[in-house]
Design a binder for this molecule. Sequence first.
Ligand code: ZN
Length: 117
Amino acid sequence: MNKIFFKSAKINEFRLWGLVFTLVGMGVMIIGTGGIVWWGHAGKIFAAIFMVLGMISLLISCVVYFWAGMMSTSATMLECPECHRPTKMLGKTDRCMYCKTMLTLDPAQATHEPSVE
Ligand SMILES: [Zn+2]
């Protein structure tokens, strides 16, 4: 993957998606439970379907969080040349977690050489 698809640091992006899936999962489960209150007996099937969907979404969020954790262990720690804060980058190209500056380990893609390695 040479091109940057993400607007922020990849680790932050994964955490964001993990949070989105958690909220969607919980929201869907709450709506499903609400189905029993609003439609009584008929709402139980509705609630069951929504519970399953909510569980799937929560499961995905767990996978995303786990994946982000796995990737952050292999991430490169470095000091950002722009804001001088320690950041993590995934792969050869990523953005700073704080100022979102594009960072690269590939000299061919770098626009200028950093003064401090
Ligand atoms: Zn920075």
